[in-house]
Ligand binder design. Structure first.
Ligand code: FPP
Length: 263
């Protein structure tokens, strides 16, 4: 009988086989549907978020096994502050527990943690926790786990514009020096390549203020399952869909057909 190690290796191999040379380097995930998962079972929303953290844990493991270089997860948006205070407090508690319980294992697995989002307005304990996680793992060379926390893409773009404007006002930059390369250096994601694939669970098909600049040429996969049900198999399905897509980045196909004409 196959040992668990052999089974694990077979699963890993299967994922590699599905996407031979067409594996994304960077996957972004909009983890949606915790609340609906809980409601459909008559459970409190907190239980949905708890199971969501478990799905996140499995997703990071799978992303390592699949050989991804970057995994960005949308864990709390700037708009999420409009939720009831108890739910916000539950989500903050889950984040703290996730970092407390998993940080050392992530570190041992050579995972580099990077936080994107607005840090200034976070409670000092949360901010310190996030910054400690970043500094502990900063020299790691494995997958980069980007946690979007208190993140909003519009806010990120506005902050970049403001920082650039300040440099111009100070005489440190000339307007004609502003180009895409300079602009991306002022985003939270500076130094991180754009996502190749964005997965959203729960059946919703929108970006919800997530990586709007960076997703210009991302492929999108929308899965009709709630986030707590996202598992290795669902991840493989998304990777297989990605592998079947032809990415042209606004150019022409390998056969010379024009983009958008279907010819
Ligand atoms: C969306 O479900 C999910 C969130 C707003 C938060 C995502 C959070 C987790 C996966 C768990 C927390 C993880 C960390 C690291 C803090 P929803 O509540 O919008 O679900 P609904 O649309 O069905 O109501």
């Amino acid at each position: 009988m196959a040992t668990p190690d052999i089974i694990e290796e077979e699963i890993r191999q299967k994922a590699v086989d599905i996407v031979p040379s067409r594996r994304p380097s960077h996957v972004g995930v909009i983890m949606d549907g915790n609340g609906r998962w809980a409601a459909s079972r008559g459970l409190p929303r907190l239980e949905g978020h708890r199971r969501g953290v478990e799905a996140l844990r499995q997703t990071v493991r799978a992303a390592i096994d699949f050989g991804l270089d970057y995994l960005t997860v949308y864990s709390f948006s700037v708009e999420n502050w409009t939720r009831p205070v108890e739910e916000i407090s539950d989500l903050m508690g889950l984040l703290k527990r996730f970092i407390h319980n998993d940080l050392h294992e992530l570190h041992r697995a050579n995972v580099k943690i990077k936080i994107i989002g607005i840090k200034d307005t976070l409670k000092p304990d949360i901010r310190a926790l996030l910054e400690d996680a970043e500094s502990l793992t900063q020299a790691n060379t494995g997958i980069t786990l980007v946690i979007a926390f208190n993140y909003g893409s519009r806010q990120e773009i506005v902050a970049a514009a403001r920082a650039i404007a300040q440099k111009v006002a100070d005489g440190r930059l000339r307007p004609e020096e502003i180009d895409e390369t300079l602009f991306v250096q002022h985003l939270d994601t500076a130094g991180i390549p754009d996502p190749d694939l964005i997965i959203r669970t729960s059946g919703e098909q929108r970006l919800s203020n997530f990586l709007m600049w960076q997703a210009a040429y991302a492929e999108f996969v929308f899965l009709p399952i709630y986030w707590p049900d996202f598992d290795r198999q669902a991840f493989e399905t998304a990777l297989a869909q990605f592998a079947s897509r032809e990415r042209r980045f606004g150019g022409v196909t390998a056969h010379g057909a024009k983009v958008g004409t279907g010819l």
